[in-house]
Design a binder for this molecule. Sequence first.
Ligand SMILES: C[S@@+](CC[C@H](N)C(=O)[O-])C[C@H]1O[C@@H](n2cnc3c(N)ncnc32)[C@H](O)[C@@H]1O
Length: 234
Amino acid sequence: MFSLKNNYHDYYAYKGRKVSKKISLSKKDLLEKSYNDFSYDSLIIEYHKSELLSNKIIFPKNYKKINLEIGFGNGEFLIKNAVSKPEELFIGVEVYLNGIAKVLKTISDFKLTNILLSNLNCSYFLPAISDKSVDRIFIINPDPWTKKRHHKRRLISYKIIKLLKQIIKTKDSIFITTDSESYLKDIKNLLSSFKETFGDYTVNIMAENDELYGISRYQRKAIEIGGKIYLLKL
Ligand SMILES: C[S@@+](CC[C@H](N)C(=O)[O-])C[C@H]1O[C@@H](n2cnc3c(N)ncnc32)[C@H](O)[C@@H]1O
């Protein structure tokens, strides 16, 4: 994987917090040996180089559902789902290399075959995916970037929503959770301003018995200090 990352650094780059704190030698070795078996990154880069629509990624057809999680962090939600639903495919996109290595280790320990990974920045991953090919998309507590001058770093933008809408099969299948009131307000403003393009959406405070409640480290951190978790569905 590292030669791909070095040669096409821009596709993996991320203007936010550091994406690769020190990585152990064993994780490095695992990434080098098996990452490419569970990733379409080289095909995605090929697509960007050619820009041929016929080179867009088509996922294997032998799964009941195709799920995509963007920014999976340490992969807790991705792994839990992949283990409990072997008949579905779970694709995880994450720029944080340690998160990728962690999931790869679990894939190897439990011999999972229904996970695909991408270390690419999702703004390069998403345009390469075939239209209407994904059943469900999850973005669980994306970085809130609380300082106003950092708001432009927020993941959810017009461009990203447009790409998500392009690849999803049906409406009400994109799930975004956040504990940040200010981020929620921004997303609602964006969706309301482009209602014609993006269609309707719903937003709710997540109930404690919701299957998405408390499912990640960031969510639990927010819950512990009394925060509410909002669920947007579009
Ligand atoms: C606040 S963390 C949340 C992690 C996890 N979903 C959770 O709730 O614990 C956001 C994650 O999104 C990842 N991320 C941010 N921007 C990204 C991008 N453009 N492409 C892929 N991953 C991204 C970050 O590396 C980080 O791990």
